[in-house]
Structures are given as C-alpha cells and as structure tokens.
Ligand binder design. Sequence first.
Ligand code: ZN
Length: 398
Amino acid sequence: MTPQSMHDAIEEWESNVEALATETTLVCSRCITDTDLWTSVEPAEEPGLCGFCGTQGNCVTFENLEPVIVEVIGQFYVSVEESGAFHDDGEWSEHVEDIQNIVNELLQDAVDSDVQAPLVRYVSSRNAVQYGFVRTRDLWASLYEFHEGDWHRFVEEARAGEPLKAAAGLAAALNPTVRRLFAKITEVATLEDRFREAQPLLWRCRPGPLVADYCHAQELGTAPDGMASAGRLNAAGHSCFYGSTTKRGAVIESAKHGGADVELWAGRFTPSRGVFHLDVMEVPDAPSPFAPDAADTHDAIEFLARFAETIRQPNNPEDTQHYLPTQIFTAYLIASQDGPEAIRFASSIDPTSENWVVFVDRDHCVDSQAPDEPELYLVLEPETVEHLIANDFIGDSV
Ligand SMILES: [Zn+2]
C-alpha cells in the first residue's frame, strides 16, 4: 500500500466510523457478542436491518445501548472531580483514565469488532468529562489504608503466640466494604470450586550446619509461635508451614533467602489426612462486566489474581508493606469458622513445583506417626531427612 492509499484508507475508515456513531444506528443480536449485554437491551429490540453485518433481524439502537454501558462504567469508575483526587506537581494523585479507553476496554469482548469503534465514539462523545475518570474499586489499595493501630494490635497478639485470636480481632476490625468484598471472594472461590481437599507430600528446608542435626519434625517444621518472621501470608509472629511439592522447589526457595551456598536440612512431611485448602494455582476468568453483580465479582477475581501473583514471588522479609494485603486476607480466611487449613499456590522460580502454606503450628509437626485424632498433623518421613548445600543440589539454576 502506498502512503497515499494508506492515507485514503484511514480517512475512509474515519468517516465510516463517524457516520455510524449516531443514536439511530442499528445493531443486531448477533453483532452483540456478550449475552449479558444483549439481555440488558433486549426489551428494546425491534426488527431492523443491522448497520454492520447487513442482515435483517432483531436489532437495538446505539441509543438503547448507551445507558447500559454508562451504568456499568458508573459501577467501576467515578469522575476525577467527584473522586477527590488532586493535582500535584502536574500529576494526578490517582491513576486517571479517559472515557474512550474505558469504553473501548468494556466493549472489547462484548460487541463485534466492526461495531466497536463507532459505538465507542458514540458513547464517549456523549459522556466525556473534563478530567477523566478514576477507578473506584481498588480493594488492594484500600487495604493499605487499613487502620495502623488495628494492624499493630494484630501483629502484637500474633507475636504473643495467639495468632488465631489475633486473626479474629483483625477480621472484626475490617471496614464493611473490605469485609463485603472478602466475603465475595470466598463466595466466588466456592462457586469456582477453589476450596478443595488434597494430601500433598511437602518438602521443607531449614538453614543450618551439619552439626545442628535438624532431623526432627519440631526442628524442621513450623517455627514456634511468636518467633516466626513475616512471610507472604503471615504476619510476624504467626507461624505457619511453608512447603514445596518438590525437594528442588524447597531448596530453591531457601537459596533465594540464604544464597546459593546456604547449608540446609531438608525433609518431607505427609499430612495426617486430607487438607482443606484454597487453591490459587490458577485464577478463574473474570465474568462479563455486563453480567449481574459483575462489579463485585470482578473485584473479587482481580483481588484473587493479584493475591496469587504476589505470593508466588520469592519472599523478601524486609519488604513488609508489599505483603500487607495478602497477610490481611489470610488472617481473614483463617479467622472464619470453616476457613481453609492451607493455601496452594504456584512458584515463580520453579514451575514444576507447587508451593503450600499450611496453617499448623509447631505442636502439629510430628515424627513418624500422628496421634489418632481428627486434627491435622504434618508427619515427617525420617528416611527423607538429609543435610545438603543448596548449590550442590540445584546447580547453577539460581
Ligand atoms: Zn449484525
């Protein structure tokens, strides 16, 4: 294509979009690919000739579609002026999006590609505001506004060796919006079958020289309550068991903290029974934004996705801020009556390995045989225990 003919093609496309961006433009049900969007406008349907695919059928106008789209925007966004965002040094205090991008993204998977540009033009030209929009529903960010006093009390209690009491107190202190969304996450996870039972064999390492002889469950398993350092899922003081389904995975995780030359004691634990857990190895797909209750479900899945992404990164104990939302959500989970006993998640450093955090304290890590009770124990297999140097085991892969 010559530059001139390219230019002509763009002009033609432009005037085509412009001509179709009017209130009376008809779209048929086949060109509206999102069934939830179609359901919302269906009451207005009438027979007509589709302005896009050219077939005769049940159609609605752009004028019918606009209020539905605007309502969905209203569930996710607020104008900059209404949001209280402020301008400082030439930058907005919040991430600002313009209406065109917002509508474009909303319609991406909702209408046929020929419909998209004219409809975006029609809706955004009628709904532009001076400074653009900001997202109203960032649960992750709202957790950083969590009352510092409540968080300190939580950490204090966890350090005092009462992690469950601490978690219950923290869950009670959550603001209603956060609590509602956490409840929604639990609901979505239940619907998507992410609460499961499994009995994984879990490798765990503890740094130490040969003479330390960490060959018993209480030495190799969960640290005593009150002593644990903060992790991806636990606040300082709340001990839990981090393990990997492969020895390699466990060694790499430890080498990330201690360096490639770190000396480790390693051993494998078996759960005494099936472990009821939240599975975030894969995160469910978000529903259509036009589905009933979509905004809450979106927030829930977005949070879950970010949760999974954050915890799969190697732990950096220095970076406590980074894990605040995952720690708060975990505290909420373990505080609930029938909450999970563990979380299963992916590892970013070894794709063949699964990571698990099991909420058992040191008293529930035992040698050889679990007591005959329904409570969950992690039982060390003595024949798996060995001392190794990370580098020798994993080679140059770290
Ligand atoms: Zn059509």
